[in-house]
Write a new protein. Structure first.
Length: 449
C-alpha cells in the first residue's frame, strides 16, 4: 500500500474518531416531540374539567379532541412541499413559536369557541414536526443509524404521555385546567428558544467535522445506490416528484394505510385512556392518571429497544434491511390487535395488560414506519412522503376522536370503540403486506434510467 493510500485509510470514516454531533440533533428533535405531546395529552387530562367548564357531552368532547387534528391534517400535504423548499430550520422555528402561542391561548380561552380556535392553531403549529424530523434524520444520519435516531423521536411521544399525564394531572388537580395549559405553554416557549439556538442542517453547521460529514453521507452506500438522490444537481434523479406522482406509488399508499391504522389506535388511547380507566373501570381521577402512564412507559421502552436499537443492530450485522424492518413493522402492528382484549376487560389490571400489549407492539413498529420515507422516496421527495403518511395518520386521528365519542355515548362502553380500532389495524397490516412490499427506493423513470 502506498503512503497516500495508507493516509487515506487512517483518515477514513471507518478508522478515524467520529464526533457524535448528529446525536445532539437527534436528542433535540426528540425533546421537541416530548414537548408538543405535552400539549396534546393536556386535553385528555382535562377531560372532566372541560366537560364541566363548558357544559359539553362526550360527543362534543370527541369533536373538541379532533379539532387539533383537522388543521394538522390539512397542513400535511402543503407542509411537505414547503419543507422541501424552505428547509427544516426555518419551518421548525415558525412551527414551534405557533404551537407555544396556541397553548397560552387555550389557557386564556373565555369560551368553547375560543378554545376550539386555540386547538386549531395548535394543529397548524405542530403540523411540521414529524415530517420535518423525518427529513432531518435523513439529512443527519446514515441509513444504518436511522431507526434508532427515529425511535428517539417517536419514543418521546410515548414518554410524554407516561410522564405528562401524571405531572399535568397534578397541576390540574391543584391549580385548575387553565394553569395546566399555561404550564405546557411555558415549556413550549423554552423549546422554541432551544431549537432556534441549536438546530442547523449538516451543510450549515460550522462545528460538523469533515470526518463525521463523510460518515453521515455514507459514501459506500452512495456509490452503490446512485438513484437515492445523492447524484450531481441537475440530473433527472434529483428532480422532485409531484404529490400526484407520489400518491400513485403502491409503496407510498401501503405505508399511508398502515400508518393511518396505527395512528387511529394511538389517538384513541391518547385522548380517551384516562377517561376509560376512570369511568368504565371506576377508578378515581388521580389513579387513572397514574395507571395511564404504565402502558406508555412500556411503549417507550419497546420503541427504543425494538423499533430503534434492535433494527439498527441487525442491519449493521449484515441482515437484509428490508426483511428486518418489515418484520418489526408488521409484527409490531399485529401485537396492536391486543386492544381487542381490553374491549372485554372487567378489571383495571386486565385492561392495563391488554392495552400495554397493544401499545407496546405499535410503539415498536412506529419508528420503523417513520424512517421509511427516507428509504422508499428519493431525497427531494422525503418531505412530501412524510407529509402524505402524516396526513393519513391525522385523518385517522380525527376519525378515532369523533367515532369514539359517538360509540361511548351510544353504548356507555368502550368495547365497540376498541373493536373498530382492531378492524382498522387488520386493514393496515394488509397494506404493509401487499402494497408496501420490499423496503427500497422506487425505480428511476425510463428517461432517467
Amino acid at each position: 500500500m502506498s503512503e497516500q493510500d495508507s493516509s487515506l485509510s487512517r483518515n477514513s470514516p471507518r478508522h478515524a474518531h467520529i464526533r457524535r454531533r448528529r446525536w445532539r440533533i437527534a436528542w433535540l428533535l426528540g425533546i421537541g416531540v416530548l414537548v408538543n405531546f405535552f400539549d396534546r395529552v393536556n386535553l385528555s387530562v382535562s377531560h372532566d374539567s372541560l366537560i364541566a367548564a363548558f357544559g359539553i357531552s362526550d360527543v362534543a368532547f370527541g369533536y373538541l379532541s379532533s379539532s387539533y387534528n383537522w388543521t394538522y391534517a390539512l397542513c400535511q400535504l402543503p407542509i411537505g412541499v414547503v419543507l422541501d423548499k424552505l428547509g427544516v430550520r426555518r419551518v421548525g422555528r415558525i412551527g414551534t413559536f405557533i404551537w407555544s402561542a396556541a397553548s397560552f391561548a387555550a389557557s386564556a380561552a373565555p369560551n368553547l369557541s375560543a378554545f376550539f380556535g386555540a386547538r386549531f392553531l395548535l394543529g397548524v403549529g405542530e403540523a411540521p414536526t414529524f415530517p420535518s424530523n423525518a427529513k432531518a434524520i435523513g439529512l443527519w444520519f446514515p441509513e444504518r443509524e436511522r431507526s434508532f435516531a427515529t425511535s428517539l423521536n417517536d419514543s418521546a411521544a410515548k414518554f410524554a404521555s407516561a410522564i405528562g399525564v401524571p405531572v399535568i394531572g397534578i397541576v390540574l388537580i391543584h391549580a385548575g385546567w387553565r394553569w395546566s395549559f399555561a404550564f405546557t405553554g411555558a415549556i413550549s416557549l423554552a423549546y422554541f428558544l432551544l431549537f432556534w439556538r441549536v438546530y442547523r442542517d449538516p451543510d450549515d453547521d460550522p462545528e460538523l467535522t469533515d470526518v463525521e460529514r463523510l460518515y453521515i453521507e455514507d459514501q459506500g452506500a452512495a456509490l452503490s445506490a446512485p438513484d437515492r438522490g445523492l447524484t450531481a444537481p441537475g440530473r433527472v434523479e434529483d428532480r422532485t416528484s409531484s404529490l400526484g406522482q407520489l400518491l400513485s406509488q403502491r409503496k407510498v399508499l401501503g405505508l399511508a394505510l398502515g400508518f393511518g391504522a396505527y395512528n387511529y389506535v394511538f389517538f384513541l388511547l391518547l385522548y380517551w385512556l384516562p377517561a376509560y380507566l376512570s369511568s368504565a373501570l371506576h377508578i378515581d381521577l388521580l389513579h387513572s392518571f397514574i395507571y395511564t402512564s404504565v402502558p406508555w412507559f412500556v411503549a417507550t421502552a419497546t420503541d427504543l429497544a425494538f423499533g430503534g436499537f434492535l433494527v439498527d443492530l441487525l442491519v449493521q450485522r449484515g441482515f437484509a434491511q428490508s426483511a428486518v424492518r418489515r418484520t418489526v413493522l408488521i409484527g409490531g402492528t399485529a401485537f396492536g390487535l391486543g386492544i381487542l382484549g381490553a374491549a372485554h376487560a372487567h378489571s383495571a389490571s386486565q385492561a392495563l395488560i391488554w392495552i400495554t400489549v397493544s401499545l407496546s407492539g405499535l410503539a415498536a413498529a412506529a419508528p420503523v414506519a417513520w424512517s421509511l420515507p427516507s428509504f422508499i422516496a428519493r431525497r427531494p421527495d422525503v418531505g412530501k412522503v412524510g407529509g402524505i403518511i402524516n396526513f393519513s395518520g391525522q385523518v385517522s386521528g380525527i376519525a378515532a376522536s369523533i367515532l369514539t365519542g359517538y360509540l361511548v355515548s351510544a353504548h356507555h362502553s368502550y368495547a365497540a370503540a376498541f373493536a373498530v380500532a382492531a378492524a382498522y389495524l387488520a386493514i393496515g397490516i394488509a397494506g404493509y403486506l401487499f402494497l408496501l412490499g420490499r423496503i427500497e427506493p422506487p425505480p428511476l423513470a425510463p428517461d432517467a434510467a
